[in-house]
Design a protein around this ligand. Sequence first.
Ligand code: SF4
Length: 109
Amino acid sequence: MNTAPTPGPSGPGPPLWLLLELTYRCPLHCVFCYNPTEFARTGAELPTEDWLRVLREARALGAVQLGLSGGEPLEREDLETIVAEAHRLGYYITSSPRAWGSPPPVSPR
Ligand code: SF4
């Protein structure tokens, strides 16, 4: 596990919390949705390797807590890979899945 840097007396300190909006995809259609609803105009999602790099770089900066959001994070086919790397890096992980009409949740190991 990485050692997080300590905040300086005059600065705001390291980014402690990282929130990944993994996808805009979601099986629900809430009228109040804050995500882009025209998915075709949002472009491609960040590939797995880029998310893994973000995890490592943020951890090196001192991030300790990871939130997985979207959209529906369970729509990502690589969610298990992302969670496994986050776990390996020592993040405290939370998620906000709706888990309605989505693929089965990732099974614990
Ligand atoms: S569950 Fe969240 S992401 Fe999905 S449509 Fe509703 S507000 Fe949008």
